[in-house]
Design a protein around this ligand. Structure first.
Ligand SMILES: *Cc1c(COP(=O)(O)O)cnc(C)c1O
Length: 441
């Protein structure tokens, strides 16, 4: 399969190139040239397939020309080794829980799949060094995704005192091939250091550097799996049609849904739900796309003022505004709305949601109440993180202690290991060179 850039100014790339390069030279985004439809019998029989079977069929359809089927089976079985159940919250409305992976957020799907695909394409004896700057969630998903993957070394940079205590534990207690560097500075400083490292010829020579950027095409593909699997579960419950609501920041998760749709999954409607960073809902209303500086909210993983996957959103809906608004509707909510929704749903149903998830629930509920969809249509909102990851926000709102899952408790008890340094490129470079020598010897 050929991968083209959404800006169409860069050379087309092979899967391997798109995977390791991440971004085309023209700063567009890589997209597969064709997205083939799955056969009708796949959908007729989907309720009898396991999550891993579904993931295999989807991946084989997209990557089959580039990766042998038995390797795809291995990659998928290893990457998708936890469940994504639907849980009924109120009549006809279900939560699609995407937080049963190692770091308790949906980013585990993308990171685990990308790690295994990169490992497959890495030649024997070849080493790869991944640098990631993180403000929290991405870094831990990437760390966990690449943990123990042969030939790959990961260095995570995070800003001192600017990630939550749970996030810091997740970043700094991995050991093995994962190293954490605590920077005396901001997230922007971390990003600048990573950029400088990529531009440094000596480092490029010594280390085979790659970023595990969230716009990597390999992170998008696995984010379609759970839309299919949610539909399979709904069919078992007797439903025939589905509406999906995705809490969105960079819109990678929603793009996963649109890929599933292009591959033949029938979806009545997609809802893009955001917090006050509402450039996409505004675009859907006005056809004007106006990127903004991001605003801080309590659903901070969606604090994005210029969503990086927006070009893919257009591409996946045929670059037509009319088509786009037929398939996707938008909604956005304030922090007050978010808190009120967390509380109301907890009081009425005892279901606990993280702030991002609460936004998706509210958008879906309003849509379902405002449209007569009949008894055979279910609404599914994507639960992107376990509420315990945002415990300091959720607990006071619902006035109840959230239980810490076992796998998180284990991390909390481990000692922190991180190298503290100022936001200075010379020191960072020296550190990376020394680490590389250690790995080689
Ligand atoms: C990353 C993230 C989002 C936003 O997902 P996008 O793919 O960037 O739209 C929403 N919720 C949580 C908890 C996240 O970590």
């Amino acid at each position: 399969m050929i991968y083209y850039s959404t800006k169409r100014q860069a050379e087309e790339a092979s899967l391997k190139k798109a995977l390791f390069k991440g971004l085309p030279e023209d700063n567009g985004l890589y997209m597969p040239e064709t997205i083939a439809k799955l056969p009708q019998e796949f959908f007729d029989n989907i309720e009898n397939l396991s999550f891993q079977d579904i993931a295999y069929e989807v991946t084989n359809t997209i990557l089959g020309g580039d990766v042998p089927s038995e390797e795809i089976r291995k990659i998928v079985d290893d990457a998708v080794n936890f469940d994504a159940p639907i849980v009924k919250v109120v009549d006809q409305i279900y939560s699609l829980e995407l937080f049963h992976g190692p770091t308790l957020a949906f980013k585990d799907f993308g990171a685990r799949f990308m790690a295994r695909l990169m490992s497959y394409f890495l030649d024997k004896g070849e080493n790869l060094h991944i640098l990631v700057a993180t403000s929290g969630d991405t870094g831990s998903a990437v760390a966990q995704g690449f943990f123990g993957v042969e030939g790959i070394q990961v260095t995570i940079l995070y800003p001192q005192g600017k990630v939550s205590p749970i996030q810091e534990q997740q970043l700094t207690t991995n050991g093995g091939n994962i190293k954490a560097v605590e920077i005396e500075g901001t997230f922007d400083d971390c990003q600048r250091l990573v950029k400088e490292a990529f531009l440094d010829p000596e480092l490029s020579e010594a280390l085979n550097l790659t970023s595990a950027n969230s716009i990597n095409i390999s992170r998008l593909i696995p984010q379609s799996f759970y839309y299919f699997n949610a539909f399979a579960q709904l069919k078992r419950e007797g439903f025939k049609k589905v509406v999906f609501c995705t809490p969105s920041g960079n819109f990678g998760n929603l793009c996963g849904g649109l890929i599933a749709n292009r591959m033949g999954l029938k979806v009545e409607n997609f809802i893009a739900a955001t917090n006050s960073n509402k450039v996409v809902p505004v675009y859907l209303k006005t056809e004007v796309f106006q990127p903004k500086t991001s605003i801080s909210t309590i659903s901070n993983a969606m604090d994005v003022g210029n969503p990086s996957n927006f070009p893919r959103l257009l591409e996946l809906t045929g670059n037509s505004y009319e088509k786009l608004i037929k398939r996707i509707s938008g909604a956005w909510y304030s922090d007050d709305d978010t808190e009120a929704t967390m509380k109301e749903v907890y009081d009425q149903t005892q279901y606990v949601m993280c702030p991002h998830t609460a936004i998706a629930y509210k958008a879906l509920k309003e849509y379902m109440d405002g449209n007569d969809l009949g008894k055979k249509t279910a609404g599914v909102f994507l639960s992107t993180a376990h509420p315990v990851k945002f415990v300091e926000i959720v607990e006071p709102v619902i006035n109840k202690k959230i239980e810490i899952p076992q796998r998180l408790q284990e991390i909390i008890d481990r000692p922190k290991e991180a190298t503290l340094m100022p936001a200075d490129f010379k020191q960072f470079k020296k550190y990376l060179m020394a680490e590389t020598e250690l790995v080689k010897s």
